[in-house]
Design a binder for this molecule. Structure first.
Ligand code: FES
Length: 353
């Protein structure tokens, strides 16, 4: 229904001549009798109480949904286990808790915003108000002064006569922004797949970090913690620290009966398990092993991982279990990797669930 169809007595009282955004008579303050604004259209809610009630109900419904979403947020926080993962297409496996918290909090905030916008657009005051401004154009004498100053400056710089300077100056000003573009190259090469791979690969021997000798299963005693590096990675090489920041390995021998996680058992050799030494919180090297409980502790923020149960997090801020390296024994009887880690080591650069 347009305002043209509405009986005169139903229309709201006008505030003043600015309320309709148009003036019909030119005067000194408003030199334009018709500034080009369309005539004001009254909203259906302003003249139909039933429509206003409908809008009120929509706003109330949005606020109610927001309340329910907030209750859902709290319920999710209390009831969903931290380590539960769900599959969400097309993202893949993600943390069920994070997903529920994000969804409910997003819905709660969205409904508050949508309710407020709908309220403002349909029920709040619909009066158009003209914002008076001072004249934008400068007085003629100021314009003349600026123009004279500009001409004087151009004359004194001799830019009109010195064509060589003018041309080279424009060339310099055009080229100088290219420096900034070239510097973008310093952001470094694209990482490619390097974030997903380490120096481990199928057949690489596990080399003891202390003795620099390949490890045999008999070198790893129950209760000891051994640190290893991939065969061929030497301290003398330039990128040693960078390589080991991803490849550092800790090796522990457990009694096979004590290994609770089925995959961990399959990826071990006679109870010897190999895990990334890089904490999945912010990447500190893990170094403390408690042999009675099979827990390892990160000294930085006390994240604790249970090596007898897939290195899952049992305490602290780390969000993910330590990645395990699948190992076996070579023909010569040395411990060897049967591939690379199957997940990114250290603090994940994506949500792994
Ligand atoms: S880096 Fe290990 S707990 Fe923070």
């Amino acid at each position: 229904m347009s305002s043209q169809d509405i009986p005169e007595e139903n229309l709201p009282a006008e505030q003043d001549h600015h309320a309709h955004g148009a003036v019909s008579v030119a005067d000194e303050r408003d030199p334009f009798s018709d500034p080009g604004l369309p005539p004001h259209e009254h909203r259906i809610q302003d003249i139909d109480e039933r429509a206003a009630k409908r809008s009120e109900r929509v706003v109330a419904m949005l606020f109610t949904v927001s309340m329910l979403a907030t209750v859902g947020f709290i319920a999710s926080y209390v009831t969903i286990p931290k380590d539960k993962a769900i599959f969400v297409f097309p993202i893949g496996h993600i943390s069920a808790l994070n997903f529920a918290l994000g969804l409910t909090l997003g819905a709660a905030l969205f409904c508050i915003g949508a309710g407020a916008v709908h309220w403002a657009r349909t029920l709040m005051s619909d009066v158009e108000v003209a914002d008076e401004r001072h004249a934008i154009s400068a007085p003629p004498e100021v314009k003349a002064k600026v123009l004279a100053d500009f001409k004087q400056g151009a004359k004194e710089s001799a830019i009109g006569r010195r064509k060589l300077i003018r041309t080279t100056m424009f060339g310099a000003l055009t080229l100088v922004p290219l420096s900034g573009v070239v510097l973008l190259r310093d952001l470094g090469p694209l990482p490619g797949t390097s974030l997903r791979h380490t120096a481990w690969s199928k057949g690489k021997l596990l080399v003891n970090m202390n003795t620099n000798e390949p490890l045999r299963p008999s070198d790893v005693a129950v209760g000891s913690l051994t640190f290893a590096k991939p065969e061929g990675v030497e301290e003398s090489q330039e990128d040693f620290q960078n390589v080991m920041a991803k490849a550092a390995l800790m090796i522990i021998r457990l009694q096979p009966d004590n290994i609770k996680d089925k995959r961990e058992l399959e990826w071990s050799h006679e109870g010897i398990v190999a895990y990334s030494k890089i904490c999945t919180h912010v990447g500190c090297p893990i170094s403390l092993y408690e042999q009675q409980t099979h827990h390892v502790l990160c000294p930085c923020h006390q994240s604790t991982f249970d090596l007898s149960d897939g290195a899952r997090v049992i305490f602290g801020p780390a969000g993910h279990a330590l990645p395990q390296l699948r190992i076996g024994v070579s023909e010569e009887g040395y411990l060897q990797a049967l591939g690379d880690f199957e997940e990114p080591v250290g603090p994940a650069f994506w949500e792994r669930g």
